[in-house]
Design a protein around this ligand. Structure first.
Ligand code: 1CP
Length: 333
C-alpha cells in the first residue's frame, strides 16, 4: 500500500509520511530556471513535459512520500474561459466574471482547454520514481474559487465591496463551480491521481454563520463525490473558524491544519487522520529550532494517524537544505 494510503485508509500510526505544500516551486533553483524562460504561468502548467519535470523535481532531490501535480487551482476559471494571468509581485489577475459566457461552456469545451493537466498526471504517475509513492491531484474548494472569480485578484487585503450583495448570483456561480470541479476531479483520478486534496485557502475570511452555505455544503458535495470514486480526500480549510465542526459535517479522510491551530487541542477534538501544521517560517530559522518544532508535532501526534506537512505553502526564500533536514528529522523520528 502507498505511504499516504496507509495513513488515510488503514489509519496506521506506526510511521509519518511527509510531503510539502508547494513542494514544486519557487524555493528550488531548478524550478526558477524553467520559470525564467516561461513567463506565461498558465502555459507552463499546460506544457506537459515541463510540468511533469517540475512535479518530479522535488522528488529527485528529496525522499518525499508523494508528488503533487504542478498545476494551479485557477486552472478551473481558465478552463471556464475566464482569463487568468499571473503578474510578478502581484499574483493572479482575473478578467471580469461573465455569467452569460460561462453558462455556454460545456464539459467538452472545459476539458479541451485544460486536458494537458491530465496528460501531466498520466506522465507523472507512470514514472518509476513514484512506484511506491502517492500522486496527489487537487482542486480549489468552491468558496476559494468563488473568491478569486468574483474578486478578480487575491483577497489578501479584503473582499471587493458588495461581494455578497447578489446572493442569488453567488449561489448560481457556486453550482457551476461545483459541476466543473467534479469533472476536473474525475479526469484527474482517471489519469492516475490516487489522492485528492481540496484547498480552501480563504475559508478563514468567513464568519461562522456563513460557513454552512459557502464552505460546508459545497465541500461536502465534493468530498462525497471523491469518495464515490474510491479515492481518499484531504481537506485544507485554512484558518476556518471551527475545524471540529468542519470535520464533523464534511467528513474528509484527513484534515490539513494551518499553523495557527493548536495541535494539542485539535488532537482532543478530531478523530480522523491529521496532516500538516508546522509554520513554514520555521524553515527559515536554524536546524536546532527546526528539530524542536518538528518534533513537537511528531510527539503530539505519535498515537494518531498523521501525515507530516507544513501549515501552509513553503516560502520561496526557503533554503532547500532545510527541507532536506526536515525530511531527515521526520524519517529518523
Ligand atoms: O507543489 C506545488 O507547487 C504544486 C502546485 C501548486 C498548487 C497545489 C501551485 C503552483 N499552486 C497550488 C495551489 C494554489 N494556487 C492555492 C492553494 C494553496 C495555497 O493557499 O497556497 C492558491 C490559493 C493558488 C493561487 C495562486 N497561484 C497564488 C496565490 C495568490 C494569493 O492569493 O495569495 C499564486 C501566487 C499562484 C501562482 C503559483 N501557483 C503555483 C506556483 C509554483 C505559483 C508561483 C508561480 C510563480 O510566480 O513562479
Amino acid at each position: 500500500m502507498k505511504p499516504l494510503h496507509r495513513i488515510l485508509v488503514n489509519k496506521d500510526t506506526s510511521f509519518n509520511p511527509i510531503w510539502i505544500m508547494r513542494q514544486a516551486g519557487r524555493y528550488l533553483p531548478e524550478f526558477r530556471e524553467i520559470r525564467k524562460e516561461n513567463p506565461n504561468f498558465i502555459n507552463l502548467c499546460l506544457n506537459e513535459d515541463l510540468s511533469s519535470e517540475i512535479t518530479l523535481q522535488p522528488l529527485r532531490r528529496f525522499d518525499l512520500d508523494a508528488a503533487i501535480i504542478f498545476s494551479d487551482i485557477l486552472m478551473l476559471p481558465h478552463g471556464l474561459g475566464q482569463k487568468v494571468e499571473f503578474e510578478k509581485n502581484f499574483g493572479p489577475k482575473l478578467r471580469e466574471f461573465n455569467l452569460k459566457e460561462i453558462t455556454k461552456i460545456d464539459e467538452i469545451d472545459f476539458v479541451e482547454k485544460i486536458h494537458r493537466v491530465y496528460k501531466v498526471i498520466e506522465k507523472v504517475s507512470s514514472d518509476p520514481i513514484l512506484k511506491n509513492k502517492n500522486t496527489i491531484g487537487f482542486v480549489g474548494a468552491p468558496w476559494t474559487l468563488l473568491v478569486y472569480m468574483i474578486n478578480q485578484q487575491s483577497p489578501k487585503k479584503s473582499l471587493k465591496k458588495g461581494f455578497f450583495e447578489d446572493e442569488f448570483l453567488i449561489n448560481r456561480i457556486l453550482l457551476i463551480i461545483e459541476k466543473f470541479l467534479k469533472i476536473h476531479i474525475k479526469k484527474q483520478v482517471e489519469s492516475g491521481a490516487n489522492i485528492i486534496q481540496i484547498f480552501d485557502s480563504w475559508a478563514g475570511l468567513l464568519e461562522e454563520k456563513d460557513l454552512p452555505n459557502y464552505v460546508y455544503t459545497p465541500t461536502l458535495n465534493l468530498v462525497n463525490y471523491v469518495k464515490s470514486l474510491n479515492v481518499p480526500v484531504i481537506c485544507f480549510p485554512r484558518e476556518v473558524k471551527n475545524y471540529k465542526e468542519f470535520c464533523d459535517i464534511v467528513k474528509p479522510d484527513a484534515v490539513s491544519i494551518d499553523y495557527n491551530v493548536d495541535p494539542k487541542m485539535i488532537l482532543k477534538d478530531i478523530k480522523i487522520p491529521i496532516q500538516g501544521g508546522l509554520d513554514p517560517k520555521i524553515l527559515l530559522s536554524d536546524y536546532e529550532n527546526l528539530k524542536q518544532e518538528a518534533s513537537k508535532y511528531l510527539d503530539i501526534f505519535k498515537d494518531h494517524p498523521y501525515i507530516f506537512n507544513l501549515g501552509h505553502g513553503i516560502l520561496p526564500e526557503t533554503n532547500p537544505e532545510m527541507v532536506e533536514n526536515l525530511i531527515k528529522i521526520v524519517k529518523n523520528y
